[in-house]
Structure formats: C-alpha cells, structure tokens
Write a protein that binds this ligand. Structure first.
Ligand code: G1P
Length: 298
C-alpha cells in the first residue's frame, strides 16, 4: 500500500513566556490576549479547524492553565446565560468548547521550539502533521494552511511558510535560501538559518509560523543539538532534512503574500486588532469612522 501524506492533526506550541508583552503577560498567557473579543489562540485553533484539522495538541508550560480553561465548559456561566435567555452570549461561550478535540501536554523544560514539537511525538504518532505557532495569526481570508497541506500531499516533502520581509527584519526569523519551481508560489528550500544577521542572511525570505511536517522529523529533532540561544531549533532540524532528504523527505516552501500578524509583537498585535475590528459587522462601522477621523489628527 502506498504511503499516505494525509494531515489530520495539528500541534500548537504555546509554552513561550511572552516577554515581549510584559507586564501584561506576567499572569496572563500571551495567547489569551484578546483581539476584539476572542483570545489570540482561538483564531489559531479556528484556522486549524477550518482547514479540517480537528485533533489538536497544545504544548503548554507553566502558567498556561487559562488556555485550558478557555476551551473547557463553564457550567455556571452557561446556566446563568440560559436562565436569562441570552442565547447569543451562550453561543459565544460554547463556541470555543465545541471547536475541536484539544489535548494538552506540558513541555517541562522550555528548551526551544524544536523541543516543544518533539514533546508531541507520542500523540502525533506516524502521520504527517501541522504545526501552528500560537502567536502568529494568519488572516482567515488567506488560506495558507490548506495550500501547504495540498503541496505536502502532492510531494511528500515537509512544507514551510515563507514571507518576504525587509532585510533589516530577517534577524527575527528563520531564513531560507530557495530555488523556484514551475509552480509560482512553491519553492525548493536549499538552506535554512535561524535568525541570521542581515549581512549573513541567504535571502529576505522569513519562515513564518506554519509548518507541515512528516513524522520522521521527530527522528531529526531527537538528533538536533541546541543551536541559537542554546535552544533546540525547529529550523535546525529542517536544515538537517534539507541535507539528508532520505530520512524525512526534503523541504518545500509556500510563499505567502497575505496578511500575517505577529501578535507577540506590540505593533503587530494592535494592527491585528484594528483590521479585525474594522471588519466586524457589529463594531466595524463605528470603529472605522473613528479611525478615519483620528488618523487626520496624527
Ligand atoms: C520561531 C522560529 C523562527 C520563525 C518564527 C516565526 O521564532 O524559531 O524560525 O521564523 O518563529 O514567528 P520565535 O518567534 O519563536 O523566536
């Protein structure tokens, strides 16, 4: 029987400390900060679910219990809303509970993104899977994940998402050297470097927080030594896949041209709140009118 590259599971690492957002993240996980009225993490889970991935594993850490509570039932609140006949709010409260089958594993030591992914080995098993970074929000209008899964199913290669950034920003990201293919938005990845200096970067293509990985990547992650920042980097394991494609397949990139919000960054977070807010039917018109007037005063 030929091997299947079907993807049904998603892994979402949420163990990061959120230091860029202190003091707000002193007691609150950064993924619980609200964009309008939903926490960031719910957008990420909804993206996975909308792409057909309803088995979700979150890799959590200390102080992340608010995340588990958010996706759990709150019986008293539901009863109160039911008694009041407030069906709209009841539906909103129940929405996050009914989204998907969500499982949680704790990372223990925060040894880096590669280590966080490796923590999911047991749950993921022998199937290809998606990784969605918990503070990268991809605009629901730009279906990146579905495209990545399609490329993975067609080629059997690992697939990463790449986005052009200003060369001055590449040191905040993994960076890829690539060759074009005959398909416009798909490239072959020839080299990967985690957070290079601008002068050392092989391109201005940044790795953004979506990955489709083969289960053999766990073998490469187990062999990956601590890299940048003393952490086990997913980028380094993918670089090993590029160098030894016979173990876990090669690596392809999908070039993303849509909206991506780095909600772990203050400005990225505020931009996301404004864009999502102005699009909303309920508050959009009022917010847009105010924004236009306010912009004139800047
Ligand atoms: C991680 C990855 C990096 C990637 C980035 C995307 O870095 O290590 O390769 O470009 O996510 O958001 P972090 O932002 O966790 O430091």
């Amino acid at each position: 029987m030929s091997r299947s590259y079907k993807v049904t599971k998603a892994l979402i690492p949420v163990a990061g400390l959120g230091t860029r957002f202190l003091p707000a993240t002193k007691a609150l996980p950064k993924e619980m900060l609200p964009l309008v009225d939903k926490p960031v993490i719910q957008y990420v889970v909804e993206e996975a679910v909308d792409t057909g991935l309803t088995d979700i594993l979150m890799i959590t850490g200390r102080n992340k219990s608010a995340l588990e509570n958010h996706f759990d039932r709150v019986a008293e609140l539901e009863q109160t809303l039911m008694a009041k006949g407030d069906e709209d709010r009841l539906e909103q409260v129940q929405e996050s509970t009914e989204l998907a089958d969500i499982y949680y594993t704790r990372q223990g030591d925060p040894k880096g993104l590669g280590h966080a992914v490796l923590t999911g080995k047991q749950h993921i098993g022998h199937h290809s899977f998606a990784v969605l970074l918990g503070d990268d929000v991809i605009d629901a209008k730009d279906p990146l994940l579905a495209r990545m899964i399609q490329i993975h199913e067609e080629t059997g290669d690992n697939v990463i998402a790449l986005m052009e950034v200003d060369p001055s920003e590449i040191s905040m990201y993994g960076c890829a050297a690539v060759t074009k293919t005959e398909v416009g938005d798909v490239v072959i990845v020839n080299d990967l470097v985690e957070k290079p200096k601008t002068e050392d970067a092989p391109s201005n293509l940044a790795v953004i927080g979506r990955y489709i990985l083969r289960p053999e990547m766990f073998t490469l992650l187990e062999q990956t030594q601590p890299g940048r920042g003393g952490e086990i980097q997913l980028t380094d394991a993918l670089e090993a896949a590029v160098a030894n494609p016979e173990i876990a397949g090669g690596v392809r990139g999908v070039i993303f041209k849509g909206n991506r919000f780095d909600t772990g960054d203050k400005v990225g977070f505020l931009k996301a709140a404004m864009i999502l807010g102005t699009r909303r039917e309920d508050i959009g018109p009022e917010l847009s009118a105010w924004l236009k007037e306010y912009a004139k005063t800047l």
